[in-house]
Design a protein around this ligand. Structure first.
Ligand code: F3S
Length: 390
């Protein structure tokens, strides 16, 4: 059932871009049995890299940008390259020219060129209970599970359609009933640090599959640990959110079905992510680094030199804040590269490296899947040790 304004958009009375977008949203709504559309307060669009979009995607965007404008705050996920320093990271000129066109099309649509998977670290925080339309799986999981906002994991086109119309179909995780946990997970393991939280999420996700879990037994978790958990959990499960006792803001009934995740499960997850290999690429910052991580990295790299290609990926805004604190100078003096706007999964890196060291369980998944890398999975501190090893 469409409101008057929505019907006008579908009938083409508010321009071609609105019409196309409404067609996408109503088709999605029909598929998933949504009774209506719901207004959204912000949108985050994935599928920004030219590597994934290709010429067809670029043409689609340029066509929409002819008469389309976003109606709500809209941000971008990482693109295929650092938009300023792409030459320093070995990006081919031809690729860069296409990526610039993609970004221009988004700019013409009124989208904020944030190019980060951690918008919640740089001030784009939804409120608890707010309906949003985000696409990056780690940000979707973090906003649903840690912040308590409501979003499905949108594809690039459906998120863009939501941005242009300010609406999304009211189904899935927008509804209370679908957010209820289905299985209780007793964590019988002590985990510390981003990488161990990523491994824990993998161990849980492999057991709970598409069921939303109610997780208990995690005594405390830092922002960075939750960021890592939220990236790994949807990567290795079929669910876009979790409930964690003492963390997720909404009170929910504890499901009767119970499973346990033990120390051995976490150790097995860590083993699974570690191949036998000689590392030639180190990447930290999946999801994009917080200020706390930038500070730790700077203090570990102070006065040292890296011996292999090392990327510290973060948002441009975080880099600029870190620069004011003198951290960028220290990190860059080591030879490590602060790479903004992109990451190991969406930059065209296939064939350039053989084996990556990272503290991200999600990074291992994409390092293997998208780039054919072998992976070594370790703490942030050990990643820096690996980067500086002679
Ligand atoms: Fe972000 Fe790229 Fe990792 S989008 S979560 S840094 S794979």
């Amino acid at each position: 059932m469409l409101a008057k304004d929505e019907r006008e958009m579908l009938d083409g009375k508010q321009g071609k871009a609105c019409q196309k977008s409404m067609e996408i949203l109503t088709a999605l709504g029909e598929i998933f049995g949504a009774e209506r559309l719901v207004p959204v307060n912000s949108v985050q669009i994935a599928g920004v890299s030219y590597h994934n979009l290709g010429d067809a995607g670029l043409e689609f965007l340029e066509d929409l940008a002819k008469d389309g404008k976003v109606r709500v705050k809209t941000m971008l996920n990482p693109a295929g390259m650092d938009l300023e320093n792409w030459k320093d990271t070995g990006i081919p000129e031809e690729f860069a020219a296409k990526q610039v066109k993609v970004i221009e099309a988004f700019r013409n649509l009124g989208v904020t060129i944030s190019c980060t998977c951690t918008p919640y670290l740089i001030g784009y925080n939804p409120k608890r209970g707010e309906h949003i339309s985000w696409s990056e799986s780690s940000a979707v999981c973090f906003s649903n599970s840690v912040i308590g906002a409501r979003t499905n994991k949108e594809g690039g086109p459906s998120a863009l359609a939501a941005a242009i119309t300010g609406r999304t179909p009211f189904y899935g995780l927008h509804l209370d009933a679908n957010r209820a946990p289905k299985v209780t997970v007793d964590v019988q393991a002590n985990v510390r640090g981003e990488h161990e939280f990523g491994a824990l999420a993998l161990a849980i996700g492999k057991k709970t599959k598409e069921k939303i879990p109610f997780i208990r037994g995690v005594k405390k978790a830092s922002l960075e640990e939750l960021k890592s958990f939220s990236a790994s959990f949807p990567t290795y499960s079929g669910a876009a959110m979790f409930h964690m006792e003492g963390i997720t803001p909404n009170l929910v009934p504890v499901p009767e079905e119970k499973i346990a995740v033990t120390q051995k499960d976490v150790e097995d997850a860590i083993k699974f992510l570690n191949d036998e290999c000689e590392v030639d690429f180190v990447s930290v910052g999946c999801p994009h680094c917080s200020m706390n991580e930038m500070e730790r990295i700077a203090s570990l790299l102070r006065g040292r030199k890296v011996s292999k290609e090392t990327w510290i990926t973060t948002s441009r805004q975080m880099k600029s804040e870190a620069d004011k604190r003198g951290l960028i100078k220290i990190i860059e003096a080591s030879g490590a590269k602060i790479v903004c706007d992109t990451c190991l999964a969406v930059a065209p890196l296939k064939g350039r490296f053989k084996a990556i060291a990272t503290n991200s369980a999600k990074g291992c998944y994409y390092g293997r899947g998208s780039n054919g890398f072998k992976t070594r999975f370790m703490s942030l501190e050990d990643c820096i040790k690996e980067a500086t090893k002679l």
